[in-house]
Design a protein around this ligand. Sequence first.
Ligand SMILES: [Zn+2]
Length: 182
Amino acid sequence: MNNTNEFNQFENIDAWVKCFEENDKLPKNKILCSKCKTTAVSMLRSSNLKNTLPRYNNDIRRLLTEFQCRDCRNVNKVVKTKVGGKATEDNTTSDNKPKKVSAHVVETPEEKEARAEEIRKNTPKVDLTGPKMSYDLNNKDHVKILTTNNCWKPNVYLDNGKWCDTCPLFDNCNSTLKRRKK
Ligand SMILES: [Zn+2]
């Protein structure tokens, strides 16, 4: 039998409560932390028990089932502080652990995708290899994007002695090379 089991009031809460009610003391001199269930805390001295009990409304059953060791209570405190948004007290780390990022800058996958989509939408992509293009040459806005600082039909331009007379994109072309003989 190890120490943990020796002080495990959770195995028989009723017996522990009964023992306390009848003898004004617990059957063992320590009780297990209700959270980690690994740390046994001394309740041997009657003063310790008597001082602790009022925090549980003088309910011995609550004390036995809700009592937490110091470590677990400290963990709870830290969590509460962070949830409350007061995570600014620790801007430096004494060790090399990566700093935790505050909750408000964390993006959900959906938000991240929406932001990426927004960037994609606002970034004209000029793919000079052609076949993968999703631009519609019948859409004048698309043609404008494709032809800004760029002749989209250099073969037409060059075949016609650097004139655009026969170019089908002429009306919406935004290239600085754009010109017609007539
Ligand atoms: Zn604990």
